[in-house]
Design a protein around this ligand. Structure first.
Ligand code: NAD
Length: 360
């Protein structure tokens, strides 16, 4: 895109979308239009200072609202779309899948159609340069449990959860819109993200916040599930690199070469908290020697995948992207960020924040 172009970003008030927008406003000249419905997971406090930024616009819009999307395309004339809006929490998908079908499948379809109507009216040169980038997940490939190797870009789809199945469905729609209508699409699949501004229901913030309150730290089953963790700022950089440089139709995997067992991540958080927030000095944890005493194994999640691992070799070779955050440092900064920013997460806590729910 030209340095002063405009990009529509859906889900920009969420965890990854807000990291991408913070990056674009701080480090580029791009104008950002943030389209977000502000579900429970959307939070404009994740974009401090953005509302007064001259290159930032916000529209509280559902991606299922075709008329609103048409109006936004006409008003802002973007050079592309980066689509992150989704229902993203696996446990919620198990207990109430309907919203995942509505947003992740039907919403993505509605956004693709609004994009196509706009794109077809563009002059030929602008059509060629346009990109629709769908941000997807390694969970569409299902379980690598008991198998060696990592998911490469040609891995077969085998989603296990309603969340993963809904993301897989959107991936297929995106590819079909390229093949059938010629829409210039991009697709990326990323592993588990961590970092600041992640909603408290997700594994790492959930463990940090429960530990601070002296509450049980729920771990599914034996906690031996393996995830490949990537810092959210590394994901944001990868997305922007792909959007700017990839050929239309390209597909990239994004990961941190950083496989960790869930139980080890929980122990690492406890060790960091023992140093940064010694239990003896705080009333809620004064009875503990170490936060790890709070770890509680709970019944495993239905259909829980044992291992995900991403082969990110293609984006490294072709686009020169590499993760910049080492996991130990990134986790240290993340724990410190939650300790220093309770004003961000306290208002988001559900009264049942101490339930056994956890996620990854
Ligand atoms: P999130 O739940 O933190 O944010 C999702 C955002 O989408 C929220 O701001 C929400 O308000 C918005 N949204 C939901 N439904 C909407 C709708 N109908 N219309 C408009 N906005 C809507 O999610 P996240 O963790 O930031 O994930 C962003 C994207 O990245 C998702 O598509 C997810 O599948 C994908 N992804 C996430 C991870 C991860 O580890 N978090 C890893 C790989 C891929």
């Amino acid at each position: 895109p030209s340095p002063s172009a405009t990009v529509l970003i859906t889900g920009g008030a969420g965890f990854i979308g807000s990291a991408l927008i913070r990056h674009l406003l701080a480090d580029t000249g791009i104008t950002v239009v943030n389209i977000d419905k502000l579900t429970y997971a959307g939070n404009l406090a994740s974009l401090p200072g953005a509302e007064s930024h001259p290159r930032y616009h916000f529209s509280r819009t559902d991606i299922g609202d075709a008329a609103a999307l048409d109006a936004l395309f006409t008003r802002f004339e973007p050079c592309g779309v980066i689509h992150l809006a989704a229902e993203s929490h696996v446990d919620r998908a198990i207990s109430a899948p309907a919203a995942f079908i509505d947003t992740n499948i039907v919403g993505s379809y509605t956004l693709l159609e609004a994009t196509r109507y706009y794109w077809q009216r563009l002059p030929e040169n602008a059509q060629r340069q346009f990109r629709f980038h769908h941000v997807s997940t390694d969970e569409v490939y299902g379980d690598l449990h008991g198998r060696s190797g990592r998911f490469a870009e040609n891995a077969a789809y085998a989603p296990s959860s309603p969340y993963a199945a809904s993301k897989a469905a959107a991936d297929h729609l995106v590819r079909a819109w390229q093949r059938t209508y010629g829409l210039p699409v991009l697709l990326s699949h990323c592993s588990n993200n961590y970092g600041p501004y992640q909603f408290p229901e997700k594994l790492i913030p959930h463990i940090i916040i429960n530990a601070l309150h002296g509450r049980p730290l729920p771990v599914y089953g034996h906690g031996l599930q393996i995830r490949d963790w990537l810092h959210v700022d590394d994901h944001a950089c990868a997305l922007w690199t792909i959007f700017c440089r990839a050929q239309a139709g390209a597909h990239y995997h994004i990961g941190g070469h950083n496989e960790q067992r869930n139980l080890d991540v929980v122990h690492a958080i406890c060790t960091l908290l023992d140093q940064l927030h010694p239990p003896a000095l705080h009333p809620a944890t004064a009875h503990l020697k170490t936060h790890a005493e709070l770890i509680t194994h709970v019944a495993d999640r239905p259909g829980h995948d044992g291992r995900y691992a991403i082969d990110a070799g293609k984006i490294e070779r072709e686009l020169g992207w590499r993760p910049q955050h080492h996991f130990a440092n990134g986790l240290h900064h993340t724990v410190a960020w939650y300790l220093n920013n309770p004003q961000w997460w306290q208002p988001l806590l559900h009264p049942q924040a101490d339930t056994t729910e956890t996620a990854s």
